[in-house]
Design a protein around this ligand. Structure first.
Ligand code: D5M
Ligand code: FE
Ligand code: ZN
Length: 419
């Protein structure tokens, strides 16, 4: 006897707080990236100023003119590491640029190692002859919002990177997962009754022409066929479960962030499913009051190659996701592997704190937390590609995270069965 109602007895409750719309592309700034970066600076500076310890911030021009002991906020224009003795950061705001010297005697030195180009940071220090000597570095930083009350006993399954259409798509494992959702697998039966949502964080299909030589690794060479096959799989999922999807760099979207929703023309069967909700990236939604920030994670490649200690290991990926929250930006580095659309508003700033931060893309599963925020990277359903072998990326296929909305308890289940 089960007294608590099952997930199938609950109405969906999805509130979209932020999602890029199709029309953003035509709004791309004519001014190139100036407006875009100004908005990044202004939004993050406002967040930092609102925190209390940064109320006395000066503009860079002011600091240079009259400063002795000052605080500034700016975007990192350049970072130079001078051996083990000092790091020189060049910071920029709308009034000017300044070189910031962080010597290894300063408590800011360890923080300076983690500073990445184009992110917004604050510096507290002393001006001397037009150069700022840092005493401290202040990151925008974040903390989890208060938990909502009276959350029903429902769970959300997080997955990503299915790559349907690839020869390496683990169809058998994915079918096993769907069987579990139908209640046909004798694993965590109590949990499956609570599943009301599935979030898929991009790379739903393998796409076509995404990388050189991809055609040799494709089972389905038509993008239409790939979305059709994906939709056939998803239609097997009980229809009281709402499926929330965003695009990845393999999907039919504009291949620059923020990603617009998957083009309907290619994915008609997906759009026709009543329980599938198609969104863009980044997506900020509330499910019964619990806030989710979902983004495919293309920028993780750039973070992993720039951030000391980051790597394609589970720990290295969680470290990278923590860093994104600390700088409150989903793709801080400009000019790497992550193309950015120059909008006059920076959609990639994390202006509101979520309870859960979900990414994929790197194909390695990881779970962790930062300042009370649950971090999940959901691995993949694709085997190791030739490129990943050369990069030493060991994918973790068939792993799902199930997050219970009422207490955020996270269960990790492995559905991989390659045989
Ligand atoms: O990306 C899966 C992971 O593999 C991600 O960390 C990027 C990396 N990857 C895979 N193929 C390539 C190529 N050809 N160039 C650069 N990086 C690559 P996914 O988005 O699923 O391909
Ligand atoms: Fe992927
Ligand atoms: Zn990807």
């Amino acid at each position: 006897m089960r007294l608590i109602p099952k997930a199938s007895e609950y109405e969906e409750e999805i509130r979209v707080l932020k999602c890029p719309q199709q029309d953003i592309v035509v709004k791309a700034s004519v001014d190139g990236f100036r407006e875009y970066f100004l908005d990044r600076l202004r939004t993050l500076r406002r967040i930092m100023l609102g925190r209390g310890d940064m109320y006395d911030v000066r503009s860079i021009a002011e600091a240079k003119r009259e400063g002795e002991h000052v605080k500034i906020v700016g975007l990192v224009y350049d970072k130079r590491v001078l051996g083990k003795s000092a790091i020189v950061l060049t910071l920029e705001d709308e009034t000017g640029m300044v070189d910031v010297v962080v010597t290894n005697a300063s408590r800011a030195f360890v923080k300076a190692m983690d500073v990445l180009n184009d992110s917004c940071i604050g510096i507290e220090g002393r001006m001397k002859n037009g150069t700022l000597y840092a005493e401290d570095i202040i990151f925008p930083d974040i903390k989890a919002p208060p938990r909502p009350h009276d959350v029903p006993d429902l769970s959300v399954v997080l997955i990503s990177d299915l790559h349907v259409g690839s020869k390496m798509f683990f169809e058998k494992s994915f079918r096993h997962f769907i069987k579990w959702l139908k209640g046909e697998v004798d694993v965590a039966r109590d949990l499956v009754d609570t599943v009301k949502y599935i979030i898929i964080a991009g790379d739903l299909v393998d796409g076509v022409g995404i990388y050189p030589g991809q055609d040799k690794e494709l089972l389905l060479s038509s993008l239409y066929k790939q979305y059709e096959t994906l939709s056939a799989f998803l239609s097997e999922i009980p229809d009281h479960i709402e499926i929330i999807v965003i695009p990845g760099n393999h999907d039919a979207t504009v291949h620059a962030v923020p990603y617009v929703t998957i083009f309907r023309e290619y994915a008609e069967p997906l759009y026709e499913m009543p329980n599938v909700h198609v969104f863009g990236d980044p997506l900020f939604i509330e499910l019964h009051g619990v806030k989710f920030l979902i983004s495919h994670g293309r920028s993780l490649d750039d973070i992993i190659s720039a951030l000391p200690g980051a790597s394609f290991s589970q720990e290295g990926i969680i470290k990278s996701m923590r860093h994104l929250l600390k700088v409150r930006h989903l793709a801080p580095i400009y000019g790497g592997k992550t193309p950015i659309i120059p909008l006059d508003k920076d959609f990639l700033v994390i202006d509101e704190a979520p309870h859960v931060f979900h990414m994929g893309h790197v194909h390695v599963y990881g779970v962790g937390s930062y300042k009370g925020i649950l971090l999940v990277n959901t691995g993949t359903w694709q085997g190791q590609t030739a490129y990943q072998r050369t990069m030493g990326i060991e994918p973790t296929p068939g792993v799902v995270a199930v997050v219970r909305l009422s207490d955020m308890r996270t269960s990790v289940l492995n559905f991989h069965n390659p045989a």
